[in-house]
Design a protein around this ligand. Structure first.
Ligand SMILES: NC(=O)c1ccc[n+]([C@@H]2O[C@H](COP(=O)([O-])OP(=O)(O)OC[C@H]3O[C@@H](n4cnc5c(N)ncnc54)[C@H](OP(=O)(O)O)[C@@H]3O)[C@@H](O)[C@H]2O)c1
Length: 301
């Protein structure tokens, strides 16, 4: 393994106390600009609300008294979630069957939202699929294209049509469910990692575009979460992730809910994830070695 000799690293280490304080001050100033924001009486749109993390988010916001718009492809599952949202205290519930990969569907979703509420306070981009096959065994590129269409273009489609409504609400939010695979490449998930890296690049740039608008972007990078994601993994014989010790969807939704209310810039899950985020830029060889080893151990054989 090559020894890292870039002198800039040592300068950064020397300056780190000053950089740390500057970062804290900027963070405080930014977060203050996102508040107050109380979920009761807010209109919250959740994509991928028919199962897993999205379903748990729907219940969490319903308990807090929000109006929730539930979007995904399976209407029967959305209706089931909607019933429970009403029982839990949602102010109102709107179900809009949507394939986020379709721009026409995304446009219709926002049109229905506007017609019902005339505004949108919070857009949660959560719909997604994963994969479970190495790139060199793929028979064609269909899977890669699908992952980009759903995970990346799905976010872009909905955001594009939602921006005019988001601009009508003070301190509105866009919350994006990426993945630790959107920070570091992991085996068996080339297309998935690529789509989540793309999402990160897009929303980091959008945050810069919107810096003088009152729309705040929160990036979420979860680790392994118990959900239906193993059932829908793309591939010929996709592997399953070992869910032993994984976070529950409810816990993931709780963390996302708090980050949404607090206007947090990003949340990286788990101590290992935070370490990867910290080390990635300075120690790329070491980080790749550790991630690859760790991720392979998590494959169910
Ligand atoms: N579980 C994890 O370990 C984990 C870790 C990091 C990040 N994430 C991310 O978390 C998000 C939610 O996943 P999950 O773990 O909760 O999995 P999940 O239980 O399989 O939920 C995925 C949701 O996305 C929806 N969806 C899929 N394709 C869609 C499309 N084309 N249009 C609209 N909705 C679509 C599904 O609904 P329909 O099938 O009804 O359309 C479902 O509601 C994903 O973005 C995933 O990448 C998950």
């Amino acid at each position: 393994m090559a020894v890292y000799t870039d002198a800039s690293l040592f300068v950064i280490i020397l300056l780190s106390p000053i950089l740390f304080v500057a970062n804290l001050v900027l963070r405080k100033a930014r977060e203050t600009g996102t508040k107050p924001w109380h979920p009761a009486d807010k209109v919250v749109l959740i994509t991928g609300a028919s199962s897993g993390i999205g379903e748990s988010l729907a219940y969490t916001f319903s308990r807090a008294g929000s109006s929730v718009i539930l979007a995904a492809r399976r209407k029967d599952e959305l209706d089931r979630v909607a019933q429970k949202c009403t029982a839990l205290g949602a102010k109102d519930v709107l179900v809009v069957p949507t394939d986020v990969a379709s721009e026409a569907d995304a446009k219709n979703l926002i049109k229905k939202t506007g017609e019902r509420y005339g505004k949108l306070d919070c857009l949660i981009l959560n719909a997604g699929v994963s994969m479970g096959e190495t790139f060199d065994t793929l028979k064609n590129l269909d899977i890669i294209k699908k992952l980009i269409d759903v995970n990346y273009m799905g976010c872009v489609n909905v955001t594009f049509h939602a921006l005019p409504l988001l601009k009508r609400s003070p301190k509105s939010r866009i919350v994006v469910n990426s993945s630790l695979a959107g920070i570091a490449g992991v085996p068996y998930r080339t297309g998935y990692s690529a789509s989540k890296f793309a999402v990160r690049g897009f929303f980091e740039a959008l945050r810069a575009d919107l810096w003088d608008k009152d729309i705040h972007i929160t990036m979420i990078y979860p680790g392994v979460v118990v959900s239906s994601i193993n059932k829908t993994r793309l591939g010929d014989q996709p592997f399953d992730l070992n869910m032993k010790g994984a976070m529950t969807s409810e816990e993931c939704a709780r963390i996302m809910f708090e980050a949404t209310c607090n206007g947090t810039k990003e949340v990286v899950f788990t101590a290992k994830g935070k370490l990867v985020r910290l080390l990635e830029a300075s120690f790329p060889e070491l980080t790749f070695f550790l991630i690859n080893r760790m991720a392979r151990k998590m494959l169910k054989t």
